[in-house]
Design a protein around this ligand. Sequence first.
Ligand code: G6P
Ligand code: MG
Length: 217
Amino acid sequence: MIKGFIFDLDGVIVDTAKYHYLAWKKLANELGFQFNEEQNEAFKGVSRKRCLEILLDLGGVKATQEQFDHWMIEKNEDYLRYIEKMDVSEILPDVPKILDFLKANHIPMALGSASKNAIPILRKVGLLSYFKVVVDGNNVTKAKPDPEVFLLAAKDIGVDPTDCVVFEDALAGIQAANSAGMTSIGIGDTTILTDAQYNFNNFTEISTDFIKQLTTI
Ligand code: G6P
Ligand code: MG
């Protein structure tokens, strides 16, 4: 029986996946090559450093350590310029419906994200107080598909991993949830999130009855 809920952030709670994409695309263009949405799929759930390594491989660009560090900072500064303008209107549809329902039923919620910008983003959109625990890119050493981020989140909310559910928009995140022994719910393209135990295009398709069935509230 599910007793704890873990949410990924980018692409699940807020549509920041598009801002990550725009910032990486800008850097790729500056370095003289194209970068498209299909390529961006592999960047979801992946740490900033690893994303830059993949991007440079795609463009066949060799970087010195100094250039690498500079581009990491540049991408993040571009990304933060988008984040700066965010407000509640960027919460994905019906996410508050599920968060409010869980909160009303006293079910602990955790955030499990690879992002180092998770707390400022949650603050910007006014959702930070819903989460008992935030595990993010500042707390983990192993990236998804390693289950570390979700196992840490489960431990911190005091729920056994097998009693946790994870909402994810990235294949690496679904794989991380599955290796943690958790119930995985894919949010987004069902043809990509093939390993998920449940699939929904977005939260408008998730009813409170579905949540009740999972938890037996
Ligand atoms: C999330 C996103 C990734 C992003 C990562 C790091 O997992 O899905 O696309 O690269 O966070 O984000 P950050 O905000 O720390 O650059
Ligand atoms: Mg995500």
